[in-house]
Design a protein around this ligand. Structure first.
Ligand code: PEP
Ligand code: CO
Length: 457
């Protein structure tokens, strides 16, 4: 094997796409049919890559700018993508709200935004409990449509490797439409008004957005009047939109990992950016082993129990060469955890010289169950965690590099509060997530205005 593919792995030997198999792999389904799993892996291994190495490198460069404080990362999308709720409209509406948020951040805070969707691969979920009990019946937990179905029924919950292949095809179709939209004119800055969906435009934050859109129109007319050739300015007509998901089901990730013929590097072609979740970030575990060997930019979620030593070990393992943009640390410690948890982490990482991107996931540490049994989050708590997180970074002279949120373009009622003041009794109206509660398009835009203010101050 050429030198490029060999990575220092302490006593564990050389990295291979399959070396994770020798290590404990948390959160993997118990696939009941080994033959069917092998077949699915072989099918995936023969299919074309979804993304290519040069794209992963370009995203690493974009994230390097974030690590230097020259740009901001917006990572957003579903908690779990669904095989059933899969349509052009849903993809378009999600893209619309992310583009609205990005343009709001860029316009109001003056920073370029790196846009990364939790999309085109976000089909697998880690679970707190491997089983779910309803009444006297206990079934395997729902693990995302890449593995099984959420219906509470033993055949629906049986892990089906055919779903790995189905996930690939849905990811391919999703990515195809995203590429068309973002390169084919839909993301053109002359269309900023068109990204404001009707139910958003009628709200206070929607009107605030319209104002920004009109100012952008005016700025574009001004530039044209000055003789600037706007048609020739590619950045006004197309944008980069990157895909990401939690690299959870390692059989899927391994089968889609390919050798870059030009450099010999390994790239996980299932998505541009991959992250390791809070439940699978064990330093000696299979997930960290797997992502350590691919050149994609990677993220790690860090929950409230994380220690500086653990973070340093993750940095050493995932970013041994201290490559700007390679590693994003996504803290999700809850609004009350930030003040204590974050400063020692920032200190330790800075001391060790890792040029990481710091991102805040203000969702997963602020989840609770409402009186009527719905998993939910308060908009105010989400903003609180962000506000604390910005405050700590500012006070330590470190760049608050990005946000990681769960949202949808639909008019759902899953998170409480926001300008439209959703209350617990409203949750049942349009609660459609398969997993965690998402911000709706109005709450998402509202959040973008808050983040823009935090970035400016
Ligand atoms: C998620 O991002 O949906 C998730 C499960 O996050 P975490 O690993 O931080 O709990
Ligand atoms: Co989630």
């Amino acid at each position: 094997m050429p030198m490029q593919t060999m990575r220092a792995r302490g006593s564990q030997g050389e990295w291979r796409t399959s070396s994770w198999r020798q290590l404990p792999a948390a959160q993997q389904p118990d696939w009941p049919d080994a033959e069917a799993l092998k077949e699915a892996e072989a099918t995936l291994a023969a299919l074309p890559p979804l993304v290519i190495a040069s794209e992963a490198r370009r995203l690493t460069s974009a994230l390097a700018a974030v690590s230097r404080g020259e740009a901001f990362l917006l990572q957003a999308g579903d908690c779990a993508e669904s095989f059933r709720e899969f349509s052009a409209d849903a993809i378009r509406d999600k893209l619309k709200v992310i583009l609205q948020m990005a343009v709001t951040l860029t316009y109001a805070a003056g920073v370029p935004v790196v846009k990364v969707g939790r999309i085109a691969g976000q089909f697998a979920k880690p679970r707190t409990s491997p089983v779910e009990r309803v009444g006297g019946i206990e079934l395997e937990a729902f693990r995302g449509h890449m593995v099984n179905d959420e219906a509470f029924d033993s055949s629906a919950r049986r892990p089906d490797p055919g779903r790995l292949v189905a996930a690939y095809h849905q990811a391919a179709a999703t990515l195809n439409l995203l590429r068309a939209f973002t390169k084919g004119g839909f993301a053109d800055l002359s269309h900023v008004h068109g990204w404001n969906q009707e139910f958003v435009a009628s709200s206070a934050e929607g009107r605030r957005y319209e104002q920004i859109a009109s100012e952008i129109d005016r700025a574009l007319r001004f530039m044209a009047a000055c003789g600037i050739d706007l048609v020739a300015e590619e950045g006004l007509h197309a944008t980069d939109f990157w895909t990401s998901h939690e690299a959870l089901i390692l059989h899927y990730e391994e089968a889609l990992t390919r050798r870059d013929s030009l450099t010999g590097d390994w790239v996980d072609t299932s998505g541009h950016f991959l992250w390791v979740g809070e439940r699978t970030r064990q330093i000696d575990g299979a997930h960290v082993e797997f992502v350590s060997g691919v050149i994609n930019p990677v993220g790690v979620k860090l929950g409230p129990s994380v220690t500086p030593d653990e973070v340093l070990a993750l940095c050493a393992r995932l970013d041994p060469e201290r490559t700007p943009g390679r590693l994003t640390l996504i803290t999700r410690v809850g609004m009350h955890g930030v003040a204590d948890a974050l400063p020692p982490l920032i200190d330790a990482v800075r001391e060790a010289g890792h040029p990481v991107v710091w991102a805040c996931d203000p969702m997963h540490g602020n989840t609770f169950t409402s009186e009527n049994g719905r998993k939910t989050r308060r908009f105010e708590d989400i903003v609180s965690e962000l506000r604390e997180w910005f405050r700590v970074h500012r006070s330590m002279g470190s760049w608050p590099g990005g946000v990681h949120v769960e949202l949808t373009g639909d008019d759902v009622t899953e998170c409480l509060g926001g300008a439209e003041a959703i209350v617990e009794d409203d949750l049942d109206q349009r609660y459609t997530t398969m997993c965690d509660p998402r911000l709706n398009a109005r709450q998402s835009l509202d959040l973008a205005f808050d983040v823009a203010e935090l970035l400016r101050s």
